[in-house]
Design a protein around this ligand. Sequence first.
Ligand SMILES: Nc1ncnc2c1ncn2[C@@H]1O[C@H](COP(=O)(O)OP(=O)(O)O)[C@@H](O)[C@H]1O
Ligand SMILES: [Mg+2]
Length: 398
Amino acid sequence: MNDTTAGGDVRLVGISKTYGDSFTAVHPLDLTVPQGAFFALLGASGCGKTTTLRLIAGLEDPTTGSVFLGDRDVTGLPPYKRPVNTVFQSYALFPHLSIYENVAFGLRRRGIRSVKKQVGEMLDLVQLGDFASRRPHQLSGGQQQRVAVARALINHPRVLLLDEPLGALDLKLRRQMQLELQRIQTEVGITFVHVTHDQEEAMTMADTVAVMNGGRVEQLGAPAELYENPATTFVANFLGTSNLIAAEVTSVSGGEIAVTAANTRLRLPAARCATVPTAGGKLLVGIRPEKISLSYAGDTDDTDTDTDATATVSDGRNRITGTIAASSFLGVSTQYLIDTPVGPALEVYVQNIERDPRLTPGAPVTVHWSPDHTFGLDAAQDIGAGVATAAGSAGAAS
Ligand SMILES: Nc1ncnc2c1ncn2[C@@H]1O[C@H](COP(=O)(O)OP(=O)(O)O)[C@@H](O)[C@H]1O
Ligand SMILES: [Mg+2]
C-alpha cells in the first residue's frame, strides 16, 4: 500500500456484472461514495450487494465499467494492490492464532517486524486489549467481529468494506456492534461501505444509504430523506412501512394536489410527489403509519357540538372513515389495522400516551393526518413492491 494518491471518493462508473452469459447480478451502475462516508448498501438477499462490494474489492472482474479510488482507475488492479480491506460476516479469523497474531497478520505478511505498537493501538481501538492472548474460540461473536475489524484496519485501508458483518449476531449484540462500528468509523475517519439487508441497521448507522433492488440502485440519500420522500414503491415499502392508496388526480394548483380515492378527497403537496401529476391521471398516495391519528368515529362527526377541541378533526386534514380490523399493543405504541373504503388494513401506529378504551376491533373510527405528511408516487409501479422482502431485524443474510 505504497501508492501516493491522496484519498478520495470511491467511484463506480458504469460498472456491471453478468454471470455466465445471461444473468446480470449488477446492472450498469454509477455510484459515488464520498471519502470518509459511512455508506450503506441496503437491499434484500440476492439484489447484488455482495457482488457490488466484490467489484470494489477487486474480487470480481466487472463485465463493464470502472472502479476509481480518487482519481485513480483501479479496475485492473488485483485485490491486494487496492487500498481496500473487507470484513466478512464469517469473520474468517485464524483459529490457531492468538487475537494478537490475528491482528498482526497483515503487518507480518508485509514483512514488518515491530508490530507491537500498532497491534496494541488496534486492540485498544476495538476495546480488546485484555484479550490479546486468547484464541478466537474463546471470544464471543461480537468480540470476534471486532477482531476482524481490527485485522482489516491495521492495513490502513482507504476504504473498509463490510459485508453483513453483524448478520451472525443476536439482536442485542448487533445493536451494540452498530454503535461500536460507528464509533470506530468516526475515530479512524476512513470510508466504510457497509452491506446489509436490515433497513434499521442501515438507517441507524449510515449517513448515506443506497437502496438496491434487482441489481440496481433504486434510490440514494440520507436515511431521513429516503424515509420521508421515497421515490419508488419499493423504497416506500422496504424502508419502514407505508400505506399506499391508489387515487385519481382531480386538480393540481398552487403547489397542492387534490385526489380522490373511493369518493374520499385527499390532498398533498406537489413538492412531495416523485412524479409529475396531471388532472385525470392516477397517483399512489403514501402516508406513514406514525403520521396518522386515530379518533373514535362519533367524536369527529361534522355535526359534533363537543367543545373538546382535541377530539375534533380540523378541516384541513386528510380524513377517512373506517373500522378497526385488528390491534396489537406493543408497549410504546399500539398498531392498528383499519379497513377503509380506500383499502383494507391501513396501518396506524398510536403512541402510548393515553389509550382510548373504545379503540378495539370492530370500532368505527376516523383516521386523519396532515396533507403535508403525504407523499405521491408514480401509479405505474407495483403497489406491493418491497413488501414481502422487507426485513427489519429478522431475515436471513447472504
Ligand atoms: N459466482 C456467481 N455465479 C452466478 N451467479 C451468482 C454468483 N454470485 C452471485 N450470483 C447471483 O447474483 C445475484 C446477486 O448476488 P449477491 O451479490 O451475492 O446478492 P446479495 O449480496 O445482495 O444477497 C444472486 O442472484 C446470486 O445468486
Ligand atoms: Mg450478500
